[in-house]
Design a protein around this ligand. Sequence first.
Ligand code: PMV
Length: 318
Amino acid sequence: MIAKASAPAKTILFGEHSVVYDEPAIAGAVNKRAYITIKESKSDKSIFRAPDIGFEAELLSKQKKYILTKGKPGIIRYILESLYRAHDHSPIDITLSSNVPIGSGLGSSAAVTVATLAALYRYHNIRFNKKSLAHDAHMVEQAVQGVASPLDTLVSTYGGLVYLSRNKKVEHFKVNFNAPLVVGFTTKHGNTGKMVKDVKNLKNRNPKIINPVITAMGNLTNYAKQAILKKDYNKVGELMNINHGFLDVIGVNTLELSRMVYNAREAGAIGSKTTGAGGGGSIIALCPGKVDEVANAIARDDSILKVRFTRRGVSSRV
Ligand code: PMV
């Protein structure tokens, strides 16, 4: 039996950091995916392979451990946690292939987790739906990371653009917002936990300044929701630029991020901002008709990705 599943990466369009303080956020699935294949092992061992990233390991799923054969660990913890929860520990071969850069702020861990769980459920003929899968994948992320927002796994499961309201209600946008985006990666990986803590400390030291900014970020996200519904790309771009300014105020932008953001605008992006936790990580630029110009303006080797939002969420089959 061979089970296959894939799930998309995501990018946060509006609301990073303010979402931690129960403000709304908007994130969307992009057309880069993680693909998982599971089949019975020919030996008595379970093996995980990710040839694209040069990684191979023997999995001891019962003990949540692995023996490394090749490459650097990282994503493997999500695979092991998924196996621990949804596999009977019989020997299997798992292969990951992915065009989502790992650790880039595009939600690679959520995409891999959602695809792994979906493939495992298929492999074992376990019934599941998107709601239960998004929930289970969030539990896996939480177990591995300690804390995790449900947004990444939600978007990876359902696909499309998602609005998370102040009271944590999820709304799926019905409009097709498929303007081209360029994602630019900095040389530094962002550390989400540290950045969230830094913002909290800044807020505690300066509540009268930072609290209204967090509220304004939430209001901005609600304006953005309206602009997206009207497919008003220029307005969305304008709000992305304002949001970048707010992210500057709360201290998560870096010289490298902001340089990319301003270079993208110079090259014709109608909006650009840091996306995700900041402190490194990546930026997104909205650039209808100017994708190549923007990509060239911010590119180093392998440092950009041209993407679009996609409605395609998880997909799986045996
Ligand atoms: O770095 P990312 O893409 O996982 O985004 C983090 C977003 C934060 O709002 C900073 C944290 C969170 O859990 O929502």
